[in-house]
Design a protein around this ligand. Structure first.
Ligand SMILES: [Zn+2]
Ligand SMILES: [Zn+2]
Length: 95
């Protein structure tokens, strides 16, 4: 198994993005819209563009604050990691 070039946090974000991607059809057949955003229905021909859209519009909602200690994080994924690590007993504060 090859070592990932990305830190674990990026992989987590990446899997969240892919969780919102809907594949609509074969690019060779349906050239207009091959991928659809599972959150808002936006259609993109290129997976790369849709992933950018999802990250920018739906996942980059930061900065967010930890309600337990007040630290600021760039997005909810960083916050979730922090809470699970530092305030595991308060994991219910995660939305
Ligand atoms: Zn969207
Ligand atoms: Zn905290």
């Amino acid at each position: 198994m090859l070592a990932s070039p990305f830190p674990a946090e990026d992989n987590e974000l990446s899997s969240e993005i892919d969780g919102l991607v809907r594949y609509r059809g074969d690019p060779a057949v349906d050239v207009e819209a091959c991928y659809e955003c599972g959150a808002c229905g936006k259609q993109c021909r290129l997976l790369h563009n849709l992933r950018n859209h999802i990250e920018r519009v739906h996942l980059s909602l930061g900065p967010v604050n930890c309600v337990a200690c007040g630290k600021t994080f760039v997005n909810k994924f960083s916050l979730r990691k922090h809470v699970l690590r530092k305030h595991r007993e308060q994991a219910h504060i995660l939305k």
